[in-house]
Design a protein around this ligand. Structure first.
Ligand code: PLP
Length: 382
């Protein structure tokens, strides 16, 4: 029986049913499991390789993304690093230019130095993506919506470009979550998540995940997960499964509040640009509407006056918390140029449209009028 996504989410993390199964799963903290005879055991031998809470979370993740296999990791970066370890020296990676700062750092400083060639390309320009691929291209790395400019890339057509070259198309689905976007259904091969964001949703766990359909790819990813050992604890898996139970409800609220704030910000004289895929004049609004079932809880805008004005605004807000990260119940504000994208050289940052006056919002679950009032007082001249 295939259940719909709200049902799958509500039952996140349930362990295998039996007559003595508690409805809420226990946290199985044991690092090791009894064996019947040497090398003979039921399901688990050692907790790095697998444990009940991680298994339950992984099956939920696969169901949520409409995939066959999932592997959980100790951070989004560890998950991304595992996916990138499918590449060998001499292979070529094509990655989207407008990308999470930590992904840029991982690819440039840990992946490129071992002999993997990397080409950064604007993935809204499909001919440029095709032109960037070579016979050595083994992977396309796509993030959509992007951070922090909320640009949208066409997963189906980019997957097609990858498959022409027998390359894998990897999509970072952290911003959208499977509630709003299911990349595997558009042809992607691997979905990446930082579960530290919306999936856990309460800003109290750092973890990541990969989901895919192909058995061979899945076996390799699982091998990297277990041999590399960057796995989340049973407690973290329990917490994430608990968070996922309310994911569809949370996403609905994140979307409606972000949409309302984006429309309101557009009308503020001190605001020069608003980036939100739900706005009808967003350059990829139609694509977003066809690829996603909602426009998400993230938006960014440029305040007039550059670095200084943006820094003043993020210090003046009271309800919005000045912090890295996103996707939690509480609203967060950040200045990418000085925070999430500080690891990018200024000229690279500027070339990618991350202007000094850019402010990124992770719209939380508070009353949207309170969030708006706070932005208004912070924007008002004094
Ligand atoms: C946070 C984030 C990551 C990295 O995840 P961590 O859990 O912080 O390691 C990767 N991609 C995106 C889009 C993110 O927002």
């Amino acid at each position: 029986m295939r259940y719909r996504i709200d049902t799958v989410a509500a039952h996140a993390g349930r362990v295998q049913p039996g007559t003595s199964t508690p409805v809420t799963p226990p946290i199985s903290l044991s690092s090791t499991f009894l064996q019947e005879a040497p090398g003979r055991y039921d399901t688990h031998a050692y907790a790095r390789v697998g444990n009940p809470n991680r298994d339950a979370l992984e099956s939920t993740l696969a169901l949520l993304e409409g995939g066959e296999h999932a592997a959980a990791f100790s951070s989004g970066c560890a998950a991304m690093h595992a996916a990138l370890q499918l590449l060998a020296p001499g292979d070529h990676l094509v990655a989207c230019g407008d990308i999470y700062g930590g992904t840029y750092r991982l690819i440039e400083q840990l992946v490129a130095p071992i002999g993997i060639r990397v080409t950064w390309v604007d993935m809204s320009d499909e001919p440029a993506v095709v032109a960037a691929t070579t016979d050595a291209t083994r992977m396309l790395w796509v993030e959509t919506p992007t951070n922090p400019l909320l640009r949208i890339f066409d997963i189906a057509s980019l997957s097609g470009v990858a498959h022409e070259r027998n390359a894998l198309c990897v999509v970072d689905n952290t911003f959208a979550t499977p509630v709003l976007q299911r990349p595997l259904e558009h042809g992607a091969d691997i979905v990446v998540h930082s579960m530290s964001k919306y999936l856990n949703g309460h800003s109290d766990v750092v973890a990541g995940a990969l989901v895919c359909n192909d058995e061979v790819v899945a076996d390799r990813l699982r091998f990297i997960q277990r041999a590399g050992g960057a796995v989340p604890s049973p407690f973290d898996c329990y917490m994430i499964a608990r968070g996922i139970k309310t994911l569809p409800l949370r996403m609905a609220r994140h979307c409606s509040s972000a949409g309302a704030l984006a429309a309101w910000l557009r009308k503020q004289p001190a605001v020069e640009e608003v980036h939100y895929p739900g706005l009808p004049d967003h350059p990829q609004h139609a694509l977003a509407a066809s690829q996603m079932t909602g426009f998400g809880g993230m938006l960014s805008f440029v305040v007039a006056g550059g670095l200084e004005a943006a820094s003043t605004l993020v210090r003046r807000v009271r309800l919005w918390s000045l912090a890295e990260s996103l996707g939690g119940v509480e609203s967060l504000v950040g200045q990418p140029a000085l925070m999430s994208h500080a690891s990018m050289p200024p000229e690279v940052r500027e070339a990618r449209g991350v202007r000094d006056g850019l402010i990124r919002l992770s719209v939380g679950l508070e009353d949207v009028d309170d969030l708006q009032d706070d932005l208004l007082q912070a924007l008002s001249p004094r």
